[in-house]
Ligand binder design. Structure first.
Ligand SMILES: [Fe+2]
Ligand SMILES: [Fe+2]
Length: 393
């Protein structure tokens, strides 16, 4: 039995990937082929397309002739190829595994984690991405060295040239199938307004790296939630990007903004430093980045405490802040799923978490947070009653 395993970020899957996999299937006639989108570590994941979207695109691109596996994406902690191959060996102990890698990956394979284990578990199949004699020669040389040092079995398949990589596609070149192009278009992936580019540049130097990556993560997540619930994706991304723009201000800096802009802060929020950045963030986003859209500014204003009668757009930012890819607390995976299934259920999860957490730490709970929680609880209770009413009929 032969099993093909094709790993990669697939952000997005391009025609070069498709040609590579199809050629492999034609030549090696595997009994099964798996496409395995790689797990990207949380801090880096803020900059990339979400795991769910990469899985979805892999299904669109390869789903007709390969199984898409989320085994790496679901794995906790560091993710290694050797673990992935061990996982497939355990599932198919009798099978010969063929691990498919691009030329750039082949050339660095001996520096990967546990190379001996990788080469003992699978044969490696690789192809030069371009019609490039020099690259082919380098690959052959590397293959010989890996064979010599590790007893690796390396097969080099020559393909028709497809001179395109995922990085070039993100930069604006074409090179994906029509189905992938339609998905990219529908979800507004890989394009960024000049305004977003300029704000990113400014925030990357004014915020700490950690806060900046969180902001990118909230931007991407808010955009995905907006696409899911039919809100304005571009606006949601902008709100996500700027929501914490004053999070690292000192109390003095917050107070200066509050005074200058005559911001009225509720009495029970003025003493809580953590809540001030929502109010000053809205004012500073307007002054520093020229954001005038009141829907965006309102969402920034209530993104920490919440409030009564939150709009869909406000809920999107509030929840995106809880579940961006840099968050790793217990239960976040479930909350991510809930957020895309039922936004009101996610609101109840988030607000009850905040209220409980603040009370446990003996901190002040802003009335706005209590209003948001009560409203979410009442709404979910109503939905539950309606469901049980329907099931009786
Ligand atoms: Fe915040
Ligand atoms: Fe935040």
């Amino acid at each position: 039995m032969r099993i093909g395993i094709f790993g990669g970020t697939f952000d997005p899957p391009h025609l070069g990937h498709e040609l590579f996999l199809k050629t492999f299937i034609n030549r090696y006639k595997p009994d099964k082929t798996f496409v395995v989108p790689t797990r990207i570590p949380p801090h880096k994941a803020c900059e990339t397309t979400s795991a769910e979207r990469r899985l979805k695109m892999a299904r669109i691109a390869f789903g007709d002739y390969a199984e898409i596996s989320d085994c790496e994406i679901r794995r906790r902690g560091k993710s290694y190829t050797s673990d992935t191959l061990a996982y497939f060996k355990k599932r198919f102990p009798e099978a010969d595994l063929y691990f498919l890698v691009g030329s750039d990956m082949l050339l660095t394979m001996d520096s990967w984690h546990e190379p001996e284990k990788i080469f003992s578990l699978a044969a490696i199949v690789s192809s030069p991405r371009e019609n490039d004699e020099k690259l082919l020669a380098a690959m052959k040389e590397k293959a010989a060295a890996l064979k010599e040092n590790y007893g690796a079995k390396i097969k080099i398949m020559e393909l028709l040239p497809v001179e395109i990589s995922s990085t070039e596609i993100r930069g604006g070149a074409e090179g994906v199938s029509e189905k992938i192009a339609a998905y990219i278009e529908k979800n507004g992936l890989y394009k960024e307004s000049e305004q977003i580019k300029a704000i990113k540049k400014e925030l990357s130097s004014s915020l700490s790296a950690r806060r900046y990556y969180h902001s990118l993560g909230v931007m991407n997540t808010a955009g995905e939630l907006a696409a899911r619930y039919g809100a304005d994706v571009e606006k949601a991304r902008l709100a996500g990007l700027i929501h914490d723009c004053t999070k690292e201000y000192t109390r003095e800096e917050h107070m200066a903004v509050i005074k200058r802009e005559n911001i009225i802060i509720p009495d029970d929020e003025i003493g809580v430093d953590k809540l001030l950045h929502s109010h000053t963030g809205a004012a500073e986003a307007k002054r520093r980045f020229g954001v005038e859209d009141e829907e965006i500014l309102d969402a920034v204003r209530c993104h920490t405490a919440g409030k009564a009668n939150m709009t869909l757009f406000e809920k999107i930012l509030f929840i995106a802040d809880f579940i961006d890819p840099s968050r790793e607390y217990r239960g976040v995976e479930n909350l991510r799923k809930t957020a895309f299934r039922d936004i009101d259920a996610a609101m109840l999860e988030c607000t009850s978490y905040s209220v409980k957490d603040l009370a446990a730490r003996r901190k002040t709970i802003a009335l706005n947070s209590v209003y948001a929680y009560n409203e979410a609880a009442a709404l979910m209770a109503k939905k539950k009653a309606e469901r049980s009413e329907r099931s009786k009929k």
